[in-house]
Design a protein around this ligand. Structure first.
Ligand code: G3P
Length: 229
């Protein structure tokens, strides 16, 4: 399982990259406009923080295949390292994906709501597909089921494209898509902390410390007051 940060907040990204096993950063237009400064400067700052080996995802806005392809080339030319172009899956996008596959520009098909959108993107050469799990649930759909169907179809047809699941409202959805076969998921910074925080663990640590201190004094770690050996 690979974990990505779904954010353009450089402070939060820096923190998460320091603490967690982060494979890269995903952005989209809604995420970038929140930063309220020129988007290319934001992306360059993110690239500096994550280095060239982690993936950085940037989305196109064009409506025609030619516009999408032109934006894709621009994005790749401006951001060194492993940069992936996100394109929302439409008919024009499928055409753009075929063009970009020929140019070896890596693409993620995004805003996916149906298994066939994912299969078409994969057949057109997309490296990743991003099903929008919670947005499907909000439309009376079943995001986890769609992820599992995509995984099954990719396996039946031996498609190498990976599922990078996106759009989550809770950790349960995130765990369910992992079990459904998603290779990767992108989570907002708040959710990433929640993957490891659990009140019982904090209580256990308190108990361990209290017992240790009762026996060995006020040592804060095993390095202090270890006695003669
Ligand atoms: O990466 C896609 C994601 O940002 C969409 O998530 O929470 O806006 O549905 P959300």
């Amino acid at each position: 399982m690979r974990l990505y940060v779904d954010s353009a907040d450089v402070k939060q990204i820096a923190h998460l990259v320091e603490y967690f096993p982060i494979a890269g950063v995903t952005t989209n237009p809604s995420i970038l406009v929140k930063e309220k400064r020129p988007y290319l400067a934001v992306l360059k700052d993110i690239r500096e923080i994550i280095g060239e080996d982690r993936e950085l995802f940037v989305q196109t806005l064009g409506e025609t295949a030619d516009e999408m392809a032109e934006e894709a080339r621009f994005i790749i030319s401006k951001l060194p390292g492993k940069t992936i172009v996100k394109i929302p899956v439409t008919e024009e996008a499928i055409k753009a994906m075929k063009m970009l596959a020929q140019e070896k520009i890596p693409v993620l098909g995004t805003a996916i709501y149906t298994p066939f959108q994912a299969v078409m993107a994969a057949k057109a050469g997309a490296k990743y597909v991003a099903p929008y799990v919670n947005r499907m649930d909000n439309l009376n759909g079943n995001g986890v089921k769609v992820v599992s169907e995509i995984a099954k179809l990719f396996s039946i047809y031996h498609l190498k494209t990976e599922i990078l699941a996106a759009s989550f409202k809770n950790i349960q959805q995130a765990m369910d898509v992992c079990l459904a076969g998603a290779e990767a998921l992108t989570l907002s910074p708040d959710f990433i902390g929640k993957l490891v925080s659990y009140p019982a663990t904090v209580n256990d640590i308190k108990d361990f410390k209290a017992q240790w201190t009762a026996q060995f004094g006020s040592a804060h770690s095993v390095l202090g007051n270890y006695g003669e050996v």
